[in-house]
Design a protein around this ligand. Structure first.
Ligand SMILES: Cc1ncc(C[n+]2csc(CCOP(=O)(O)OP(=O)(O)O)c2C)c(N)n1
Ligand SMILES: [Mg+2]
Length: 287
């Protein structure tokens, strides 16, 4: 397993913080959208785009690129923010989120941005797409990895488990799923709406290798992806335990923030909180 220098982790943490600030800003501008999910999964998207995934901003169609499939399309603001920071489009374009005619719709559309692998929004379909892409990649003898980001709410959909069976049967070790286990969905806590536990046991029984991590700890996320790449003859599921709304105390753990944007006043307050957090990260000494 590769060693990640502490200063690299710090850089990633700062990047995730910056992406969170962009998310708060763009959602307030849009006046609608999802806040809790994007903030919670910021560290994972940052780890992928700035460290773990193979991709080339100057050649988005590069055949050997890792495929990043976003199944729970509603959390796309964080993907847009991280992609903008990585140079896929101008930061100013984030202001057009959800605007008529914009490339940056509330749910991602591949026809508008080719650097996205799929269009998504209807929950539960991403893993089937990802499993098909991974299967085709193996048939073509390609070395890329297919990542599929999913939400815990999606675990309640039937299509996920068909894909789980398919990938397990075909030993798709080039497929790495990541579940945002944030415990919330649109109208409550997952275990109240429709329990999905024991989640690890479920995936293992479908012949997947399961890794559980703190999804808000970038170092853990990076090492988990490293480990996943070394697993032989099984698809891998990373269950990432995250805090919905991570970084902003008022939003953390509160499912009512699933699908509402901050007001102008809240935006200012939240940005201040994230700036304080940035100061803390900057002053942390990693030896
Ligand atoms: C097939 C389908 N049914 C319903 C919806 C509406 N919907 C959008 S997000 C969501 C909640 C899903 O839970 P989760 O993704 O875990 O929410 P989060 O953690 O982001 O708050 C629902 C029901 C949808 N997008 N697709
Ligand atoms: Mg959720």
């Amino acid at each position: 397993m590769s060693f990640i220098p502490p200063h690299t982790i710090k850089e990633l943490e700062l990047k995730a913080n910056e992406a969170r600030m962009l998310v708060v800003d763009m959602l307030e501008d849009a006046g609608s959208g999802h806040t809790a999910g994007p903030l919670g999964i910021a560290d994972i998207f940052t780890a992928l785009y700035f460290h773990s995934a193979k991709h080339d901003v100057h050649n988005p169609d590069w055949e050997e690129r890792d495929r990043i499939i976003l199944s729970n399309g509603h959390i796309v603001p964080i993907r847009y923010a991280v992609m903008a920071l990585a140079g896929y489009f101008p930061i100013e374009e984030l202001k057009t989120l959800r605007k008529f005619g914009s490339r940056l719709q509330g749910h991602p559309e591949r026809s508008k941005i080719f650097a996205l692998e799929t269009t998504s929004g209807p929950l539960g379909s991403g893993l089937s797409q990802a499993a098909g892409i991974a299967y085709a990649g193996r048939m073509d003898n390609k070395k890329f990895t297919t990542f599929c980001l999913m939400s815990d709410g999606e675990m309640q959909t039937g299509n996920i488990w068909e894909a789980a069976m398919f990938a397990g049967k075909n030993r798709l070790s080039n497929l790495i799923g990541i579940i945002d286990r944030n415990n919330i969905q649109i109208n409550g806590m997952t275990e109240d709406v429709m329990p999905i536990e024991p989640l690890k046991d479920k995936w293992e029984s479908f012949n997947w290798h399961v890794i559980e991590v703190n999804g808000n700890n970038i170092e853990e996320v990076v090492y988990a992806i490293d480990t996943a790449r070394a697993i032989y003859e099984k698809p891998i599921m990373i269950i990432a335990h995250t805090i919905p709304g991570k970084g902003i105390k008022e939003i953390e753990f509160d499912y009512t923030w699933h699908g509402k944007p901050p007001t102008k006043e809240e935006e200012q307050k939240f940005l201040k909180e994230l700036r304080t957090l940035r100061g803390k990260i900057e002053s942390t000494h990693h030896d």
